[in-house]
Design a binder for this molecule. Structure first.
Ligand SMILES: [Zn+2]
Length: 518
């Protein structure tokens, strides 16, 4: 028996080795000898490619920031060589594609540099104090082989201040500063921050650790800040009623504006020095809640077009008003229900979106579906296209329509169901059960299932430029919209405000209180 077991084990061992060898291997090393000049040095060791030419491609964008970034423009000094150090022929066939001619199954090494210039959440940046690595800006994939596993080694030996690393990538067991991703979609979803990083006191939600690690985070009451953030996060989790990861990390990349969501982390521009007034706390807690809620809404409850991603051309969808606009709506709700802001500030947040939208002439030209689809040309806020007066921002109209839909569902279902239930249903159906993205029609069907009736009229607010009937929907919660004319920068505009009606009937009161968690 013993001999037989040994023989079988030996067979599996050899078979395993053959399998392991035949699987193409990609190992990246990032070095930083020229940090002060804004340069990263990249080397890629590749092996076991059963083909004479290997096509390497740099993505043109990163999921979460729906603009073409043309990361290949930051690449220089691209060289390929075989295991003996002999240069290999490289043909650059377009701006982001390099073809390496090599003998099949022969290991080869590629080196190149990334020149960074601008501190921004959607591109890599390095200086002598820290390094921010956006993997889509750093690591080329092999064409048609995004499914390959990949290793990344961070070599920061040249920079004594680069003491710590924060990333959602998995550490390779037994190794220091070597990380692994099961495929390139996961790699591109896990930015890496390196520097003299500081960690705030972590908290747990339903037993799951939530961490906050960052660079240059300023001086503030860290315990109070994390206690406040925890309350907002708990409200986000309550909406979906499930946590899909073992750990979540907020990665603070330094002062600035902007954040990008990922499956188990988010990279956020952050400075605790800005936490001075209630308005600052409102803005920063809304922002962090928004990025957190995205791990549900867009990373898991996702438009059908957002995965697999087209890293060349961008993945266009008509549903960013859901992914982005409703994440704005739910950020407000998380912060209100956590009692971080009062009812007035919550209503002001939405009224500010109404003011921005109603004063935008683009409202007569572009629907939410069009704004979502055209964002690649119009810019993230609908302000950088050919004619900004004919575009809207789904960050403004999205949360407004989210509120109208929510109030319509609450009213139609006698306050039994809400947009919270729609999101929970979408998560269960499309993420957990079907494991795919959803279509426009499927989102509408989920809303109508919760409302128990057709919402065709309400969905015209999404597919057309029809004027929004605010009073009808706000009335379901005993609220009303008023406006006053104000002058700003020499231009007259209407400033909107949402207030509570003088007297509320029991139905209105029930909707208002359950909606806002009062
Ligand atoms: Zn967002």
């Amino acid at each position: 028996m013993k001999t037989k077991i040994f023989c079988l084990s030996a067979f599996f061992l050899i078979a395993g080795m053959i399998r392991a060898q035949s699987q193409p291997q990609l190992r990246y090393t990032v070095s930083m000898p020229q940090a002060a000049k804004g340069k990263f040095h990249i080397s890629l060791d590749a092996a076991w490619f059963n083909q004479d030419s290997v096509v390497l491609k740099m993505p043109n964008w990163m999921p979460g920031y729906y603009q073409l970034m043309n990361y290949a423009n930051t690449v220089d000094s691209f060289v390929a060589q075989n295991i003996n150090g002999t240069p290999l022929t490289v043909r650059k066939t377009n701006n982001n594609t390099w073809v390496i001619l090599n003998k099949k199954n022969s290991p080869f090494r590629v080196t190149y540099q990334i020149q960074t210039k601008r501190k921004f959440v959607a591109n890599s940046f390095i200086d002598s104090a820290h390094a921010y690595i956006v993997p889509a800006n750093h690591f080329m994939y092999v064409a048609s082989m995004l499914q390959l596993p990949v290793q990344v080694k961070i070599n920061s030996a040249d920079q004594p201040r680069f003491k710590k690393i924060a990333t959602g990538l998995e550490l390779v067991k037994g190794k220091t500063n070597v990380f692994t991703a099961p495929n390139f979609d996961i790699l591109y979803d896990c930015p890496i921050l390196v520097g003299d990083l500081h960690e705030l006191p972590a908290f747990k939600v339903r037993g799951v650790p939530h961490r906050f690690i960052g660079y240059n985070m300023g001086s503030f009451d860290e315990v109070l800040f994390m206690n406040t953030l925890q309350k907002a996060i708990e409200q986000g989790v309550n909406i979906i009623d499930h946590i899909p990861f073992k750990e979540y990390t907020f990665i603070g990349i330094g002062p600035g504006r902007g954040g990008i969501e990922h499956l188990n982390n988010t990279t956020v521009s952050f400075s605790g020095n800005e936490l001075k007034t209630p308005a600052d706390i409102n803005r920063i807690m809304n922002f962090l809640s928004h990025e957190y809620f995205h791990h549900y809404n867009v990373k898991r409850i996702r438009p059908v077009e957002l995965g697999p991603f087209d890293y060349d051309k961008g993945s266009k969808t008509t549903q960013l008003w859901i992914s982005e606009g409703l994440s704005v709506y739910f950020e407000y709700l998380m912060v209100k229900r956590a009692k971080i802001v009062d009812r007035t500030m919550f209503l002001n947040n939405i009224a500010n979106n109404i003011t921005a939208h109603e004063n935008n002439p683009g409202k007569a030209y572009q629907s939410l579906l069009q704004a979502s689809y055209n964002t690649w040309a119009d810019g993230p806020f609908g302000t950088s296209g050919a004619d900004k007066n004919k575009a809207i921002s789904y960050y403004d109209k999205g949360p407004i329509v989210g509120m109208l839909l929510d109030l319509a569902i609450r009213n139609a279902s006698n306050n039994q169901f809400s947009l919270d239930h729609v999101m929970r249903l979408m998560y269960k159906t499309y993420y957990q059960q079907l494991q795919r993205g959803f279509t426009d029609a499927e989102f509408q069907a989920a809303c109508e299932q919760m409302a128990g009736k057709s919402l065709a009229n309400e969905f015209e607010y999404i597919s057309t430029t029809k004027e929004l009937d605010y009073q009808k929907y706000l009335g379901y919660a005993g609220l009303t919209l008023t406006s006053t004319e104000v002058e700003k920068s020499g231009q007259k505009k209407l400033q909107y405000k949402i207030g509570v009606l003088p007297s509320l009937n029991p139905d209105q009161l029930a909707i208002l209180n359950s909606w806002l968690g009062d």
